[in-house]
Design a protein. Structure first.
Ligand code: G3P
Ligand code: CA
Length: 264
């Protein structure tokens, strides 16, 4: 835990590129991460899971069918769980063609590769641990990976610009114990009665945008946490949320979001 105060005005809100700039490039690929950086996202959000040989890979679903050509390449291996494939096998997959033929050849990246892309830039990282209960040891593996790279464990939180989040709040509590200098967030919307307990370990509450009413935003702030709702692609909704006092917005269209934040 390393508490960050709420932003003071809407133009300070963070533009967060959801799965990279995923409206335009295939989600959770290096192409989408790079485009998010180019579009001046403050942070790039990615989903991290674990292969059969315990490597950290960046992919949203717990199965590979929707975003790769795994069904063609490994027809016998249904339901194509991430946890049933080695990194070497996953590296043979095309993770770009489903989005657009011009992205043929994009791969499922490792966490390592995403960190390599982000490290020399000003953009930060919002790392979601996706379904961590499926992957024993993943908290320690993510913590080790981040700790081995100086940028992500610097003492100054704004220089580090890293948040680890999950829908699995127990995972977040555990991760906070492993790397207390790194900010963490719970995904979802704890009830106002639960906020005090969540604030014992979490720096952020990142709910579906429908939960981010002015009252709920104020309640999260009263407990000393930030709030970054997901996933907002509509300009009017962005404006409304900025008016409600959110600290950031997670969007597939970081270019549009950047414009709305600038105009706020
Ligand atoms: O960052 C929040 C958002 O990514 C959570 O939902 O399903 O897109 O991972 P999902
Ligand atoms: Ca996510």
């Amino acid at each position: 835990t390393a508490t960050a105060a709420p932003v003071e005005s809407p133009e300070q809100a963070a533009a967060i590129a959801h799965r990279g700039a995923s409206a335009y490039a295939p989600e959770n690929t290096l192409e989408a991460v790079r485009l998010g950086v180019e579009m001046r996202a403050d942070l790039v959000e990615i989903d991290v899971q674990q292969t059969a040989d315990e490597k950290l890979v960046v992919v949203h679903d717990t199965t590979l069918g929707r975003t790769t050509d795994v069904e063609q390449k490994f027809p016998e291996r249904a339901p194509w769980r991430v946890s049933d494939f080695t990194l070497e096998e996953i590296r043979t997959l095309d993770a770009g063609s489903w989005k657009d033929p011009s992205y043929a050849g994009a791969t499922v990246p490792t966490l390592d590769e995403v960190l390599d892309v982000l490290e020399p830039t000003d953009a930060g990282l919002l790392l979601e641990a996706k379904s961590p209960s499926l992957y024993p040891g993943i908290a320690e593996r993510i913590a080790d990976e981040l700790s081995s790279r100086p940028r992500w464990v610097r003492p100054d939180p704004s220089a580090r610009n890293l948040v680890v989040q999950s829908f699995d709040w127990e995972f977040i509590r555990h991760f906070d114990g492993l790397l207390p200098q790194v900010q963490v967030g719970v995904l979802g919307a704890p009830s106002t009665d639960q906020l005090a307990e969540v604030a014992r370990y979490s720096d952020q509450v990142n709910p579906h945008h429908s939960e981010a009413t002015p009252e709920y935003v104020a309640a999260v702030h009263e407990h000393g946490m930030r709030i970054n709702p997901y996933t907002v692609n509509d300009r009017e909704r962005m404006r409304a949320l900025l008016g409600n006092g959110v600290d950031g917005i997670i969007s597939d269209r970081p270019d549009v979001l950047r414009e709305e934040i600038r105009a706020a």
